[in-house]
Structures are given as C-alpha cells and as structure tokens.
Design a protein around this ligand. Structure first.
Ligand SMILES: NC(=O)c1ccc[n+]([C@@H]2O[C@H](COP(=O)([O-])OP(=O)(O)OC[C@H]3O[C@@H](n4cnc5c(N)ncnc54)[C@H](O)[C@@H]3O)[C@@H](O)[C@H]2O)c1
Length: 356
C-alpha cells in the first residue's frame, strides 16, 4: 500500500474536497484538523469511517502531536491547508491569523524538517511539503494583467499578510534547510462544503432564506473563480509531480465581477429553486457597505501549472455554479446545522469601521 498524505485542514472547505479526491484515487490520508468554527465533521460524512482515512482533531501549532503523526504514519507528503481563511474576520481580529497561518506553518515546517532529516535516502528524496496559499498575497490588479509565479508580493489585508508570511517562511525552509517545499497560490474557490461566510454560499443561502443578496460596494471587484474539485485535483497532482522549490499558480480562467457572480447564482436559483412570487432572484441583489481596503481585481496566469503538471481547470463557471446551488439545495441539513451552531450569516469585517 502506498504511503499516505498528511493533510492539514482536511475538515475545511478545500481540505474536505482534497480528502475525498485522495480516497477516490486510492490514496490514504491522515487528516489533522483543529475543528475551528470553519472545520466541520459533517463534511466528512461517509469518509470518517473509511479505514484509509485517519482523522485527528488537533492543532498544527502542537509540535509534539505533528511529530508523532509524522513518525507513526510516515506520510509521503504533507499537504498543508489548515489556516484561518476569511478576510473579513482578519479585519475584525488578526491575532488568530498570525498565530495559525504564520506560527502554525512554522511549527509544521520545523516538525517536517526534523522528520525529513531522519528519513532514509529514498524516502527523503520522495518527501514533499506542499504549502497551499492564495493569490491575495500579490495585492490588487488594475483592469489589465494577471498574476504569475514571478509577481512581487504586496498583501493588503491582514489575512493576505499572514499568508504571505507563511509563504515566505515555507520558501525559506527550502532555501536554508533544503526541505522539499512547494508553494501553490490559488484564486477564489467555490463549490460544495464552503462555510457560508464566503460570497457564493452567502448569496445562495440568503436567497433560500428569503433575504437580500448582499454584494460589497458596487459589485465591481473581480475575482478569478476556481471550482474546488478542480483545485483538489491540482493539489493531488502537485503532491505527486510538483518540483521541490517551485511555485505553482492555480486558477480557473473565470474572471467575474461580484455583480456578475450574483447574477449567475440568481439565474441558477431561478432554474433550481424559483421564488414563490415568480420574480427573479436577481431582484434581491443589494449593494452593502464595501469591505475596508477591498482589492479591486485578482486574475491568474496558470500557464506553468498547466504545462508542467498537465492540469487544467475543467469546470465552466456557469456549470459549477449550477452544481454548487444544487449541492446546497440537496444538503440543507449540512448548512442548517451551521445556522443552529450560531452563524446566522451576519456581516463581518466592519467592527472597526463602527468605532469612532
Ligand atoms: N477558499 C479559497 O478560496 C482559497 C483560495 C486560495 C487559497 N486558499 C487557502 O487554502 C487553504 C484552505 O482554505 P479553505 O477555504 O478550505 O479554509 P477553511 O477556513 O474552510 O478551512 C480551514 C480548516 O483549517 C482548520 N484549522 C484552522 N486552524 C487550525 C489549526 N491551528 N490547526 C489545525 N487545523 C486548523 C479549520 O478547522 C478548517 O477545517 C487555506 O490555507 C487558504 O488560505 C483558500
């Protein structure tokens, strides 16, 4: 049996999709997740008892725990996704972002380095540490151009700054200590199992709950949208075939303004869950106060990942949105449990704006 992957954050949105993809491909997984507000056991329904999946509730900042897991399970690679991930929450309080994203990544790197150094030559040669990051580290684009692996870092939000810090420390462990680190920088993901604080599930659930569909500012901000299953496929490929020391930029080739996103979501809802009054869902789209420091545009050039890994996002944005709306309609229990645990869809990221 091949050696497993150690996936961190495998009860979060992208992590769950990665775990499911690995198991479907016959890859064993050790899943380390703290189960913060964003982690969700329910998302692992059906795979929790799979003997090829070992779930460990624990903290990436717990070095002894990480060391024990590396020693016991001898993973071929670490796929590091655990993070605080929501920009709006980082505006309200950046502390947890620095702690988990920067210091937690450092703890994981330290434990991985110790482990890697003690491996036999062939296993040391195979080992990979894949650090999963975001396009937000690159700052904001104007109406032209795209980010790529050579783009200068210019993070603007506390979230982006914490991810930039973690990227730098991960690369430093490659350059200084030789640890076979690979960094991926990815655009906005959407799809099944996304916590309903992010734009697309917020729009879907607002519509299903009969509320306004909020978009920040005038809805002009542009993001490149990647279907989460395409991202999961890319990460599994990077862990298998990525070259140590390299960065891979990943994206969906699907740039849309937030207003366009809201309209596509509304159209999918019109098809799959029409309003009782027969009116289009788009009628409920409403502009709300903008996010402080909201970056205007992100876009990604993924040519390197496509050429080297033979990977390309395959889901068309409009089809992915239909699939995503369908998933939230078919999985009401999943998101209604989140509502019962206390997240009602309230606006985040304006706490400081309200202060004098
Ligand atoms: N969602 C996106 O659009 C996107 C885009 C690019 C990059 N990323 C990156 O991908 C990764 C995963 O993002 P996501 O959207 O799945 O995030 P998420 O918030 O849905 O999940 C994060 C997971 O990490 C876990 N976690 C948090 N702190 C932890 C700790 N100290 N120890 C162990 N586990 C901990 C949480 O319980 C949760 O399950 C993050 O590193 C994020 O920065 C996300």
């Amino acid at each position: 049996m091949t050696r497993p992957l150690l996936v961190t954050g495998g009860a979060g949105f992208i992590g769950v999709n990665v775990v499911r993809r690995c198991l479907a491909a016959g890859i064993r997984v050790v899943n380390l997740d703290l189960l913060t507000y964003a982690g969700n056991r329910d998302s692992l329904a059906g795979v929790m008892d799979d003997p090829r999946h070992v779930f460990v509730q624990g903290d990436i900042r717990d070095r002894d725990l990480v060391a024990r897991l590396l020693e016991r399970h001898q993973p071929r690679a670490v796929l590091h996704l655990a993070a605080e991930s929501h920009v709006d929450r980082s505006i309200d309080d950046a502390g947890a972002f620095l702690s988990t994203n920067v210091l937690g990544t450092h703890t994981l790197l330290e434990a991985a380095l110790d482990h890697w150094r003690g491996l036999a030559e062939d296993r040391r040669h195979e080992f990979r540490f894949v650090h999963v990051s975001t396009d937000e580290v690159f700052g904001s684009l104007g109406s032209e151009g795209r980010f790529d692996e050579t783009t200068r870092y210019d993070p603007r939000s506390p979230y982006a700054a914490s991810k930039a810090g973690s990227d730098h420390i991960a690369r430093a462990y490659r350059h200084t200590h030789g640890l076979p680190v690979i960094v991926t920088n990815c655009t906005n993901n959407y799809g099944p199992y996304q916590f309903p604080e992010k734009l697309i599930p917020t729009l879907i659930l607002s519509a299903l709950e009969g509320r306004k569909l909020p978009i920040y500012g005038r809805g002009e901000n542009v993001r490149d949208w990647l279907y989460v299953e395409d991202h999961a496929a890319a990460l599994v490929k990077v862990a298998a075939d990525g070259r140590p020391g390299e960065t891979y930029c990943l994206g969906g080739r699907a740039e849309r303004t937030n207003l366009e996103v809201a309209r596509v979501v509304s159209a999918a809802l019109d098809r799959l869950s029409p309003r009782a009054d027969g009116k289009p869902h788009a009628e409920a789209i409403t502009c709300v106060p903008d996010r402080p420091g909201h970056d205007l545009r992100y876009a990604m050039d993924c040519a390197k990942a496509e050429a080297e890994l033979g990977w390309r996002a395959s889901m068309r944005f409009e089809d992915g949105i239909v699939a995503t709306v369908g998933w939230y309609l078919d999985n009401r229990d999943w998101w209604q449990a989140i509502r019962r645990r206390g997240f009602a869809g309230e606006r985040l990221g304006l706490a400081r704006a309200a202060a004098p």
